[in-house]
Ligand binder design. Structure first.
Ligand code: UT7
Length: 334
């Protein structure tokens, strides 16, 4: 007789228990940006909403920033790091193909040995991680998960590149996810459009660089208008899908925390989703710039710390970017 496989004992529901953030200390304002590109504070503010961003120190790494954010989230969750059943690091700027950033973060937080891996979904990476971690916990393969978005974008763009140098910054945010008596993370609305890889990414490849080290340094490229148009049209549909999958409408939300790419994209989504005035909208981009996978947990952390987002209220999170890739969920605020 064939033996039967014992299945893990599932958890019915999950929630985000805590959030932690790490912002590098160096503040870079628009005036400093404009010493390297032909632009103005007014133009940057009007086109993006960004006033300043944080730059990591030269010796400060993605792993360092991820570790700092993670330690805060773990402490706030009140769990021991050894209780983590999985660790996911979303990053598109970790400068090694292997081993992952996650295996090092596991060591740094005192959780050597836990399952740990990275997610390559750029600005959508954090929401990919939340969806995956939630499903891993619901399956019973883990009880607690740590999901981190960590980026050092300043390693990957030319500060004299006028098309994008004003947008990006560095930082990390982390959440601990665990089992819950009631649903705290809705179904993930997610997907990709790989026909648009030319719109945003880091290229050429390391192999190209090996063949021509001077001319083929991998750098961030972006067709700003293409990404902008895609975000304001397609992401409203994805956000709506996440709301419907969670069985709520935008009127039920306490907060809206989209990827912090550009305040004009956020404004367009707020209008398209008919968000009532009562919904608190994340505007962390003003002080932090675009930090790719880190932007949503950084914005969530600011909201929680500043008391803007009521614990237990509902929030819509949506990440979108290179791939093009996207993911969205309704969550209960920690
Ligand atoms: O996180 C990943 C997702 N990334 C994004 O979501 C980025 C999406 N894209 C954007 O946020 C916007 O496209 C930008 C903020 C990057 C640019 O704003 P835009 O309104 O799309 O500007 P544009 O490229 O259409 O340029 C408008 C004008 C042009 O001048 P003319 O042709 O109208 O005379 C540009 O040459 O602004 C000029 N321009 C600048 N002016 C001052 C372009 N870059 C700059 C600059 N400073 N840095």
């Amino acid at each position: 007789m064939t033996a039967t496989i014992k299945a893990p004992t599932p958890n019915a529901y999950t929630r985000i228990i805590s959030v932690g953030a790490y912002r590098p200390s160096r503040i870079v304002d628009n005036a400093e940006i404009c010493t390297r590109i032909d632009s103005t504070d007014e133009w940057i503010l009007e086109r993006s909403g960004i006033r300043e961003r944080r730059y990591a120190a030269p010796d400060e790494t993605v792993v360092d920033m991820a570790t700092n954010a993670a330690k805060i989230a773990i402490e706030r969750a009140g769990i021991d790091p050894s209780e983590l059943g999985v660790l996911l690091v979303a990053s598109c700027t970790y400068p090694y193909l292997t081993p992952s950033a996650a295996v090092q973060v596991a060591v740094n937080i005192g959780a050597t040995g836990i399952p740990a891996t990275d997610i390559s979904s750029a600005c959508a990476g954090f929401c990919y991680g939340v969806g995956m971690a939630s499903d891993i916990i619901r399956s019973g393969n883990a009880t607690y998960a740590l999901v981190i978005g960590a980026e050092k974008l300043t390693d990957w763009f030319d500060p004299a590149d006028r098309s994008l140098a004003f947008l990006f910054g560095d930082g990390a945010g982390a959440v601990v996810i665990g089992p819950s008596g009631t649903p705290g993370i809705g179904p993930t609305a997610w997907g990709t459009d790989g026909t648009q890889i030319e719109a945003l990414g880091i290229a050429p490849s390391f192999i190209d660089q090996r063949n021509d080290p001077i001319n083929n340094v991998p750098m961030l490229y972006m067709q700003g208008q293409t990404v902008f148009r895609w975000a304001v049209t397609e992401m409203a549909r994805v956000a709506q899908e996440a709301l419907e999958a969670a069985g709520i409408t935008s009127a039920d939300l306490s907060a809206f925390i989209p990827h912090q790419a550009n305040n004009r994209i956020t404004d367009a989504l707020v209008r398209a989703l008919k968000m009532p005035e009562s919904v608190v909208v994340a505007r962390d981009v003003v002080m932090t710039g675009n930090t790719s996978a880190a932007s949503i947990p950084l914005a969530l952390s600011r909201m929680v710390e500043e008391g803007d987002a009521p614990s237990g209220g509902l929030a819509l999170i949506i990440g979108f970017g290179a791939g093009l890739a996207y993911a969205a969920q309704v969550i209960t605020l920690p």
